[in-house]
Design a protein around this ligand. Structure first.
Ligand code: 5GP
Length: 116
């Protein structure tokens, strides 16, 4: 069993977070340190540490993450102007929390894809 992170406590509502969506497969909540006016994290309810650990059994949850991202983007009023979905993997990807998460970023022009 993969090690839990703080995100599992958010899923179980053991610590506070601004949850904007939750169902049996995924949870979405506002990032504690938002980089853009809209910054929501969408995560599977089961622990998948990194994108390297994704397998076919996770496809329902991963598909739901995209469906929920589109729904939240509409609800937050950023769908038409546009937004960015990002998943970081391991150290070179800048991953800090080892429970995969999709960043939904928007609410202003985001500029070039990467600044390296
Ligand atoms: P990563 O760098 O792993 O792709 O992104 C992790 C994200 O999780 C960061 O944007 C960080 O601000 C966010 N984060 C870390 N801890 C917490 C927390 O306890 N609550 C919330 N809402 N977001 C968190």
């Amino acid at each position: 069993m993969a090690d839990e992170t703080i995100f599992s406590k958010i899923i179980r509502r053991e610590i506070p977070a601004e949850i904007v969506f939750q169902d049996e497969l995924v949870t979405a909540f506002k990032d504690i340190s938002p980089r853009t006016p809209t910054h929501v994290l969408i995560i599977p309810n089961s622990v998948i540490p990194t994108c390297n650990d994704i397998s076919a059994e996770h496809e329902p949850a991963l598909g739901r993450m995209f469906t929920v991202a589109a729904k939240i983007a509409k609800e937050q009023g950023i769908a038409e102007d546009g937004y960015r979905l990002i998943m970081n993997c391991n150290s070179h990807g800048g991953q800090e929390v080892y429970h995969i998460h999709m960043h939904l970023l928007g609410g202003k022009p985001l500029g070039p894809m990467l600044s390296v």
